[in-house]
Write a protein that binds this ligand. Structure first.
Ligand code: TYM
Length: 337
């Protein structure tokens, strides 16, 4: 009998800003749902957060808070290695080594870089280099699959290019990863403006995001305020003016796992968008309330949380450290005795 090797999965999430329903439906929910089938590594990418200015105390709090959210959402330490990026030094080191095989033009073309850099007066070097750090996160673990939302697809493709370039110079060394984008939930839009994606950078703006830790009342309030059109037809649609209703139905579909036809049928008796929003709020509250409760329990036991993260980092190091040492050797560096 031939044994098929289990696929290795790696993904990451930034601790800056408040985690929202887009992060959950586009990434975290899929990580949790499929963790039994794969070998999994999930990284809280604190080094990536430093690419824009941060308040040190707030970043420290948000990093531990995000770890608690990931466990509360259902990542099981027996099935998934959850760790903080900066706890595994090989990430920063692989970034430097990969910088030395990555042409500058590849980075200047990244749409997220152009977008973020365009909004800032002074752009940090780290912001341009961000996708190389991300390529290191993925390549160090020889990940086959990288489950992400739509907005990270270009970065995963760049990680493939960087891995291929390294392999073509130094020999077949890295596994070339595939991005895995969910069919629904890959691009959850802002409630205040359904033409822009829901984003952590705007999650402090009232009415923009469905924040994972909001209580039931706040969740209901945000969803009731969601921008829709002036019609009353409840169906999926690609028409730009119907983006608000489409977004709400997409959220419903991603949470319930129902088909397009079943989702639309569920609203056939709804009286207008008020009813639609009420029911969306109900499924969102039902999905998020248990996560919020488990989150508070985890945060009340900081030693247990630190212990889980220490174990995660230790497991991650067993793969990442030999891999980066081999990178150094291949590139011609003298390894210490
Ligand atoms: P980050 O922290 O911005 O987002 C975490 C995950 O959430 C997804 N996402 C969304 N999905 C659907 N709708 C939205 N509105 C939405 N907003 C965000 C993102 O696509 C992502 O999957 N660079 C990455 C973190 C990273 C990483 C990695 C990911 C660092 N190293 C290695 C994969 C592999 C980022 O900033 O994600």
């Amino acid at each position: 009998m031939t044994e098929t090797k289990q696929k290795r999965v790696l993904s990451g999430i930034q601790p800056s800003g408040e985690i929202h329903l887009g992060n959950y439906l586009g990434a975290v929910k899929g990580w949790v749902d499929r963790q039994a089938e794969k070998e999994n590594f999930f990284c809280i990418v604190d080094l990536h957060s430093l690419t824009v200015p941060q308040e040190p105390e707030a970043l420290r709090h948000q990093t531990r808070s995000l770890a608690a959210i990931l466990f509360a959402a259902g990542l099981d330490p027996a099935k998934s290695t959850v760790f903080i990026q900066s706890h595994v030094r090989a990430h920063a080191e692989s970034c430097w080594l990969l910088n030395c095989v990555t042409p500058l033009g590849w980075l200047q073309r990244m749409t997220q870089y152009k977008d973020k850099a365009g909004k800032q007066e002074s752009v940090l070097m780290g912001l341009l280099d961000y996708p190389v750090l991300m390529a290191g996160d993925i390549l160090l673990y020889d990940a086959n699959e990288v489950p992400v939302g739509e907005d990270q697809k270009q970065h995963v493709e760049l990680a493939r290019d960087i891995g291929q370039r390294f392999n073509s110079i130094y020999g077949d060394f890295f596994v070339i990863p595939q991005p895995v984008i969910p069919e629904v939930g890959a691009r959850v839009m802002g409630l205040d403006d359904p033409t822009v994606k829901m984003s952590k950078s705007y999650s402090h703006i009232r009415g923009h995001a469905v924040r994972l830790l909001d209580d039931a009342k706040e969740l209901e309030r945000s969803i009731k305020r969601a921008v829709t059109d002036s019609g009353n037809e409840i169906r999926f649609s690609e028409e730009p003016e119907r983006a608000g209703v489409n977004n709400l139905l997409g959220i419903y579909k991603a949470i319930t796992g129902k088909s397009v036809a079943d989702c639309e049928a569920d609203f056939s008796d709804a009286r207008g968008y008020g009813d639609l929003k009420k029911r969306i709020a109900e499924v969102v509250i039902e999905e998020l309330s248990p996560i919020r409760e488990r989150y508070h329990t985890l945060m009340a036991n900081p030693d247990d949380l630190d212990e889980l993260l220490a174990r995660g980092a230790e497991q991650a190091r067993t793969l990442a450290e030999p891999k980066v040492a081999e990178m150094r050797r291949l590139m011609g560096l003298v390894l210490p005795k």
